[in-house]
Design a protein around this ligand. Structure first.
Ligand SMILES: [Zn+2]
Ligand SMILES: [Zn+2]
Length: 91
């Protein structure tokens, strides 16, 4: 079971509409949505690839990507740096 990262409430439920191979949760107390990936230090390579691909290779703004995947901007900046050093498409 998970609890809300915003208000620490346990009244969270899976958001099936957005559910995918990573899990999306919605808090019934504060109505905010978050992903269970948020609290983790380690992310799967597939997740990382999808996030950075969407950020670097589509016109999406950073904020939209951050909200969609529920990661911190620091993480995104770090990943982008790593990505830029290895991506032919971005150089
Ligand atoms: Zn909450
Ligand atoms: Zn790239």
């Amino acid at each position: 079971m998970s609890s809300c990262m915003y208000c620490a409430s346990d009244h969270v439920q899976k958001n099936w509409k957005l559910a995918s191979w990573w899990q999306r949760w919605k808090c019934n107390t504060c109505s905010k949505q978050f992903s269970t990936w948020w609290a983790r230090d380690t992310y799967s390579p597939e997740f990382k690839k999808q996030v950075i691909d969407e950020y670097c290779h589509t016109p999406n703004q950073a904020r939209a990507v951050l909200e969609k995947y529920g990661i911190s901007s620091r993480t995104l900046v770090k990943w982008k740096k790593e990505h830029l050093s290895s991506c032919k498409q971005c150089n």
